[in-house]
Design a protein around this ligand. Structure first.
Ligand code: NAI
Length: 302
């Protein structure tokens, strides 16, 4: 049962990237008041355009036969959205929750939360959308760790139902329950997990992707056969190499290197030479036109 005092209606989202804008879109569509904090006016304007496009797409799906209802839906959602370029411009006394969705850099995240902690009210919850750090790394210097949790959304946020709700050692039951209800209000399916490296999905997925690369390095099987085998043998929509290229090999390397540094004894997270070489050559996957596969009009094996 959620304590009324922890009901989440006013949310601040810091970060105007892929995840910040996606989370903002689903929140305003659910009637939540959102302030997005971006670093510049230009970023805020671009984010508003991105969110408006996403809303229009969502409205079209919901009300396919009425252009008027579609535009009313978009307008209603946008009326819940504001922007700020400085934390100092946000009235934090009214905020129930701050979600951090900025660059995956530990020092930058630590500094942001320390700044936020100074300005929010005592009841305000704060959450990180990090995908590779543990909560304890980000929050170790915070005074109010009972109000801190992980809300790990998936990309693209409007389409992906899952949110991993990560509980730090000190996250209070009340805060955790309030966040659980908040995710449900957004139409998401929250799953509970502890503060362990990779939470649930990445902890299972990333060692599996590393294993696939090591299979090729050992010469056990070829890339195309591993992708085909995985899709036909498990029903997964993508093979490991297609997925690696979709995630981006630089992102993958960043996560693996970080986990390896923090858990050097665990060989599940050992780096992979094949991936490191592609990254050093700038072959980062789909976004650069080449990774393990080549992306022209007709994708071919690299
Ligand atoms: P992005 O690169 O699209 O956006 C990053 C945002 O951080 C931008 O608004 C940028 O202006 C801001 N930023 C960059 N440097 C900054 C600094 N020094 N101080 C303050 N803000 C700064 O990244 P994306 O994908 O939105 O990721 C954001 C967070 O969400 C990261 O923690 C990432 O690990 C996590 N995440 C990403 C997923 C993905 O598939 N892209 C999935 C789930 C979580």
């Amino acid at each position: 049962m959620v304590n009324e005092s922890l009901k989440i209606q006013n949310v601040v989202i810091v970060g105007t990237g892929l995840m910040g804008s996606g989370i903002a879109q689903v929140a305003i569509e659910s009637g939540v008041n959102v302030i997005v904090v971006g670093r510049t006016q230009e970023k805020c304007i671009a984010t508003k355009t991105k969110i408006s496009t996403g809303l229009a797409r969502s409205a079209k799906r919901k009300f396919a036969d009425s252009a008027e209802t579609q535009s009313q839906y978009v307008e209603a959602a946008l009326s819940n959205l504001k922007f700020a370029t400085e934390l100092a411009d946000v009235n934090f006394s009214e905020s129930d929750l701050v979600i951090e969705a900025i660059v995956e850099n530990l020092k930058v995240k630590q500094k942001l939360f320390s700044d936020i902690e100074k300005v929010v009210s005592k009841k305000c919850i704060f959450a990180t959308n990090t995908s590779s750090f543990q909560l304890k790394d980000i929050s170790s210097k915070l005074g109010r760790q009972d109000n801190f949790a992980g809300l790990h959304f998936f990309n693209p946020v409007p389409a992906m139902k899952l949110v991993e709700l990560v509980r730090g050692d000190e996250t209070s039951e009340e805060v955790y329950n309030a966040l659980f209800s908040f995710c449900q209000r957004l139409g998401k399916t929250p799953v509970r997990c502890k503060d362990t490296p990779g939470f649930i999905v990445n902890r299972l997925l990333i060692p599996n992707l590393l294993d696939a690369m090591k299979m090729v390095e050992r010469g056990d099987a070829e890339i195309s056969d591993i992708d085909t085998a995985t899709k036909l043998g498990t029903g997964y929509p993508m093979g490991p190499f297609e997925l690696l290229d979709y995630i981006g090999l630089d992102t993958m390397k960043f996560i693996v290197d970080g986990w390896h540094q923090r858990n050097p004894e665990d060989d599940k997270f050992a780096p992979c030479e094949m991936m490191d070489k592609l990254v050093s050559e700038g072959k980062l996957g789909k976004k650069t036109g080449e990774g393990f596969l080549k992306y022209n009009s007709d994708p071919k094996r690299a």
